[in-house]
Ligand binder design. Structure first.
Ligand code: HEC
Length: 144
C-alpha cells in the first residue's frame, strides 16, 4: 500500500470528521436528559447550532434573543432550569394561556409545526447550553 494512503487513513481515524449531513462524527450521542448538547473549546455541535437557529426562527420574537426573555414572555434559559424535559415539551406542543390582570399572554401551541417539533430536542439543548453558561448570547460557533 502506498504510504500516503496509510497516512490519510490515520488522519481520518483521529481527526474530527464532519459527515455529509454536517454532523460531527466523533461526539458523544445526545440525550435530552443526560447530554443535551456537546461543546468543545466553546464551540457547539450541529444540533445545538440548529437549536439556536430554530429558536431564533420560532421563539425569539416573544422570548427575546438568545433565551433572555422579554416584557411579554419569560426567559427560557431560566425556564429550562425549572421545567424538566417532559414539561418543556408539553408546553411547546400544547401551548399555554395565562390571564394575568388585563394582559392575556398566549404561548402558542407548536404541536403541528414541523419547524419546531422536529427540532424540539435541539432547541432544548441550545437553551440548556445557555442556562449552563456554556455559550453566551448571539450566534454560537460550530464545531467543524
Ligand atoms: C407569540 C409569542 C410566543 C412565541 C412565538 C413563543 N412563546 Fe413560549 N411563551 C409565550 C408566553 C406569553 C409565555 C408565558 C405564558 C404564561 O405562563 O403566562 C410562554 C411560555 C413558554 C414556556 C413556559 C415557560 C415557563 O417558565 O413556564 C415555554 C417552555 C415556552 N414558552 C417555550 C417556547 C418555545 C420553545 C418557543 C419557540 C418554539 C416559544 N415558546 C414561542 C409566548 C410565546
Amino acid at each position: 500500500m502506498p504510504k500516503y494512503v496509510v497516512l490519510s487513513a490515520l488522519l481520518c481515524a483521529t481527526a474530527s470528521v464532519a459527515s455529509a449531513d454536517g454532523k460531527t462524527a466523533d461526539l458523544p450521542a445526545l440525550d435530552p436528559q443526560t447530554n443535551p448538547y456537546n461543546i468543545r473549546d466553546g464551540k457547539v455541535d450541529f444540533e445545538t447550532y440548529n437549536g439556536y437557529r430554530r429558536y431564533g426562527g420560532a421563539c425569539a420574537r416573544c422570548h427575546g434573543p438568545s433565551g433572555t426573555g422579554s416584557s411579554f414572555a419569560p426567559a427560557l434559559m431560566d425556564s429550562v432550569e425549572q421545567l424538566d424535559y417532559a414539561e418543556f415539551v408539553n408546553v411547546v406542543v400544547n401551548g399555554k394561556n395565562i390571564e394575568s390582570g388585563s394582559r392575556n399572554r398566549v404561548m402558542p401551541a407548536f404541536g403541528t409545526n414541523p419547524n419546531v417539533i422536529q427540532h424540539i430536542n435541539d432547541i432544548w439543548g441550545y437553551l440548556q447550553a445557555r442556562a449552563d453558561g456554556a455559550i453566551g448570547p448571539g450566534r454560537p460557533e460550530r464545531i467543524r
